[in-house]
Design a protein around this ligand. Sequence first.
Ligand code: ADP
Ligand code: MG
Length: 681
Amino acid sequence: MNAILNRRLVTDIKGVGPALKEKLAQLDIHTVEDLFHTYPSRYENFEVLPITELVHDQKATLEAIVLSQPVVTFYGRKKSRLVVPLQVDQVVVKGIMFNRHFAKDQMVEGKKVTVTGKWDQHRQQITISHYRIGENSSTEIEPSYGLRQIITPFQFRKVLKQAFTQFREEIVEILPNRYLTEYKLLSRGMALEQIHFPQDINHLKQARRRLIYEEFLLFQLKMQGLRQLNIDRTQGQRKEFSETDLIEFINQLPFQLTEAQSKAKQEILDDMRSPHRMHRLLQGDVGSGKTVVAAIALYAAFLAGFQGAIMVPTEILAEQHYQSLTKLFEGKLVVEFLTGSVKGKERKRKLAAIESGEVNVIVGTHALIQDDVSYANLGLVIVDEQHRFGVNQRKVLREKGIDPDVLFMTATPIPRTLAITSFGDMDMSMIDQMPVGRKSVETFWVKESMMPRIINLIEKEVKSGGQAYIIAPLIEESDKLDIQNAVDLYQNLSNTFSIPIEIGLLHGRLTPSEKDEVMQAFAENKVQVLVSTTVVEVGVNVPNATIMVIYDAERFGLSQLHQLRGRVGRGDKQSYCILIADPKGETGKERMQIMTETTNGFVLAEHDLKLRGPGEFFGKKQSGLPEFKLADPIHDYRALETARKDAIEIVTNNYLEENQEFQQLKQLMDHVLMEYQVGFD
Ligand code: ADP
Ligand code: MG
């Protein structure tokens, strides 16, 4: 997000002609502002530090005196190794340089040299990658840009330098004074100049701090602005329903809502009653009871005279939700099921019933938003496991001319960092409490050699009426081979158990009705052991299953393992999760260890995020995760929190409209939001 206050073009810079303009354009640099915001991707540090402050294995620059003539040894073809004793402060250090034997003549005894290279703390030795005779004269910190060889670093820096000379004074401060003072931030002009031409490490740090805050603040203002926009554009969505009727429905549920469920329910109902459209994310760990809360919202919509739809990512889940909702709503309202596999006459009949309003609640996959589906009066859409849907699918319904309340539900706990970046424009509810009496799943991490004991455990459990999942070994990038593995494992197991056990097999290549058949058999305990690929991951609910065995556990993300583990421990019996893994690296071991230590999804999610990064966390480009130029939402978490707090304060108090101090910021935000709206509807 560039701050385009300054409309100067690169051709306004002295020395930039058509050829250079063309090259800069290839780097997406068109204006002076673009140029200033093309930040270095990294820095070479040539700053000379006292020897006591050097870090092992890191780059260091030393000013030294050559103690005696270097010794060169040749080896192989054209290879050489030069060793030179150096005096740094009062310490003797060994300098080593490869394949530059000619330096021997320059490094004369008693001469001053500046050497840069990797520092070996234990050997007190530096592997020199760069040297100069005399004192250190290079800019101590040298930025390096991702110029893709379109333009030389030298040329680029020359243009930058000239741009600063000409236009430094025109860089407009966009942050109000109060923040500059409160957080002791550099001015915008100073920060931009220091990020490109840092005087020293400290100035660079301060420049980064200022620009990161700015980046986050603009982003958070945009999010808050979008929220406001959503609220403004959706006046008149008030749903009125009878409180007494709803309470009656809640009271006849087979259990009492947890406090967390009650709170989430209340937030959702308040949204539905309010004049603006709901845009809310409901988070809750697997088994925390989101489905019931969803059902209450659907019932409220029904009482208000609206249809409700619940959209899930897979056929299996659709089927399960359909069954549990049919049961919950039995004799009260009409639930219908619609997925891509419903075809022909059956589909026609269902579509007609949906269009006429005969059906009150529709459960299905993304088939629910396909062209041939029209609704009588859709007032509430619930999207389960929402991050599995492409970001665009959120908009499709709106484009069909329906503007219902939307509730997103996810069982993949989203670390707060990501929640406030990716979902900053949504309201949040959280079910952070499990229904009482739920035992946490005991988790073990073992090697494959333990399989006989695992088989024993399963047999024992089955004898006492329990059931087990076994997730088949995973082969990266190959759905086909994974299925083969599942098939192999299934066949092996058939010969392994010493008692009669019915084994089921579930994988992605089965037709929806085959899958249903298997799941149904498992749900009814006609099948006791279910061998499956990860298709079983999301939402599936068989409370009688008490054992989850996961092969190759080290290959899964923590959140995914947590999802899989969430398939058991859903009844009141003690459940077990067995991770079969032989991780090589330390982080792998650490991850398995964490799994055995906590069942808190949020804790695991934070770890996952740290260990694997946000892209991995959400899976490829689906994330809708914003890309920041300088800021890193995880590393710079505090700045993000601060910026969010400030953005909320700004929007709540309407500072942009009413406070002179915020005028520059307002101009910029108007620009940003306009851009967004143009590409929005
Ligand atoms: P989630 O969708 O969050 O994974 P579910 O809504 O499927 O969780 O609930 C998991 C199980 O817990 C279901 O069998 C459900 O009936 C039960 N359940 C939900 N809420 C409660 C509650 N407050 N007390 C007891 N059991 C509950
Ligand atoms: Mg669920």
